[in-house]
Design a protein around this ligand. Structure first.
Ligand code: PEP
Length: 252
């Protein structure tokens, strides 16, 4: 039995003060749903403010990116040891980072290794864009991205990660994948590949989130699919009631 995990990706939204206000509102609504692993991922500058708000609440805190080096001449970057005392999760390889900031399968792999080395749970994002989807390349793209992210990772390490399947054409567009479409990619491409790379046990244990226009209205149907273990939520995570409804849907 895989514990559902719902994470809110606040992206580049909210000042530190606004983030604390939103976290308090979200917490008030989602705290009762203890059967769901719940994570809030605000911008870096809000992490220190949210840590005491979430401490002891059962709701986790995550960053949206990290650099793979521990320290050094990397102006503007944040490392895993810097995050380790502050939060427990980190989103890696989000499509917006791949699209706008040159993230590659190789850098995703280095970031996953760095996160794990410092006790952070990576939420590894994969997903095809619209052109790739229309060209029938979904399987090839997702397979390449998962292979890249997990290169050199032992089964024990892989088990500590979460994969978010986020078709790029569904992110922020209001056009979510159908539950059947999303489940098919997870079952046919991601879990089958994990079985090939590791074992049936790893493939069956790793949690797979769906991401891309998840809302209070479509969450229950997505969550009802056998291979979908939760969601990475962008837009709807910025509204306490909407995010709470998604968490509630995952609680069943
Ligand atoms: C995301 O940011 O990962 C995401 C899925 O965004 P949205 O829910 O807004 O589509």
């Amino acid at each position: 039995m895989r514990t559902p995990v719902i994470a809110g990706n606040w992206k580049m939204n909210k000042t530190p003060a606004e983030a604390v206000e939103l976290a308090r509102a979200v917490l008030a609504e989602i705290q009762p749903f203890t059967t769901v692993e719940r994570v809030l991922c605000p911008p870096f500058v809000a992490l220190a403010g949210l840590a005491p708000v979430l401490a002891g609440s059962g709701v986790g805190l995550g960053a949206q990116n990290l650099h793979w080096e521990k320290s050094g001449a990397f102006t503007g970057e944040i490392s895993a040891p810097m995050l380790a005392g502050l939060c427990q999760y980190v989103i890696i390889g989000h499509s917006e980072r791949r699209q706008f900031f040159g993230e590659t399968d190789a850098s995703v792999n280095k970031k996953v290794q760095a996160a794990l080395a410092h006790g952070l749970t990576p939420i590894v994002c994969v997903g095809e864009n619209l052109a790739e989807n229309e060209a029938g390349q979904t399987g090839a793209v997702v397979t390449r991205q998962v292979r890249g992210a997990y290169a050199g990772l032992a089964a024990e390490a892989a088990l500590k990660t979460i994969i978010a399947y986020e078709p790029v054409w569904a992110i922020g567009t209001g056009k979510a994948a159908t539950p059947e479409q999303a489940n098919a990619v997870m079952a046919r491409f991601i879990r089958d590949l994990l079985q090939e790379l590791y074992s049936a046990e790893v493939a069956g244990a790793l949690r797979l989130q769906y991401g891309g226009s998840v809302t209070a209205a479509n969450a229950a149907a997505l969550m009802a699919q056998p291979d979908i273990d939760g969601a990475l939520v962008g837009g709807a995570s910025l509204k306490a009631a909407d995010f709470a409804a998604i968490v509630k849907a995952a609680a069943g």
